[in-house]
Design a protein around this ligand. Sequence first.
Ligand SMILES: *Cc1c(COP(=O)(O)O)cnc(C)c1O
Length: 360
Amino acid sequence: MERVYNFSAGPSVIAESVLKKAQAELVCYGDTGMSVMEMSHRSAAYQAIIDETEALLRQLLGIPEDYSVLFLQGGASTQFAMIPLNLANGSGAIDLVLTGQWATKAFQEASKYCSVNVVGSSKDKTFSYIPKLDPAAFNKDADYFYICSNNTIYGTRFAKLPEVGNVPLVADMSSCILSERINVRDYGLIFAGAQKNMGPAGLTVVIVRKDLIGKARPETPTMLNYKTHDDNGSMFNTPPTFAIYICKLVLEWLRDEIGGIDAMEKINHEKAAIFYDYLDSSKLFKATVQGEDRSYMNIPFVTGDEELDKAFVKAAAAKGFVNLKGHRSVGGMRASIYNAMPVEGIEKLVAFMKEFEAAR
Ligand SMILES: *Cc1c(COP(=O)(O)O)cnc(C)c1O
């Protein structure tokens, strides 16, 4: 069977060349005579893999020396507890912007451990925009300020960061990490589940400023303490070895085939522009998000007629454009166009949408 264009929100498309490389190395990795899956995480061969993965990530994102990179498990969702347990240790109060379901889950989990001040919300309009924030409402003594950088379900993104001053900014970048240039120094902590832009599920990457480590609440479970993982090079216990290896291949692809973050950002902007331009000109399809809040990674759109939406999703799948059904809370369709979705995939999808529109 031929490969399809996979618009899944996650786990999501991985570049074919990465999969082929993994296939070629699957049974025997280098001169080890074994698969990466079979390797001891304490072996020199595996140490080289995890070291190289970290070095690549540092190089691509420009991660300064005073930030640690941790390779963890438990998904992005475990961070919803891990972050307050480790960071909400001063005033016991944090600020948070409610921009969707993931931010809501982070809010609910953090509320178990600290007092959460919601400084903005877009819940009134199904999270279809990023709320305007008033820095006067921010708590200067907050232990951290929490945002979800790109809202996977609703297709919004923070185009501008909140002015948090000296309060550490914590960002869930699960669905946008490595998609554009960021300044790591703007953040105290960045985290991402790998399954959108970094590789397969099972790996969560945390990038955290070193001075924020080592102050966890006493009741923090050992495995949920950043210090445990930082002190042990992410090898306190067995890390998700194979997922880290695939992440390395993805990072190599990003560096060597794409040309790095700036080149990736340019391609992502081009892809999103093709899609939004069509949606804005279409008489049938309409984007659910307007203006600068529009995500470059997840694009929800509707026809306004549920039956027609269903018919479109079905017709598209028959042509090899799969996983376009929207999230149940927004309805309609959603195209997730992560790093590994080529420009050609967008061009072909838009051509198909034009045909679908013309046939009506
Ligand atoms: C997918 C996603 C999550 C959840 O990730 P898990 O690894 O499944 O826990 C959290 N936040 C955002 C922004 C996501 O896109």
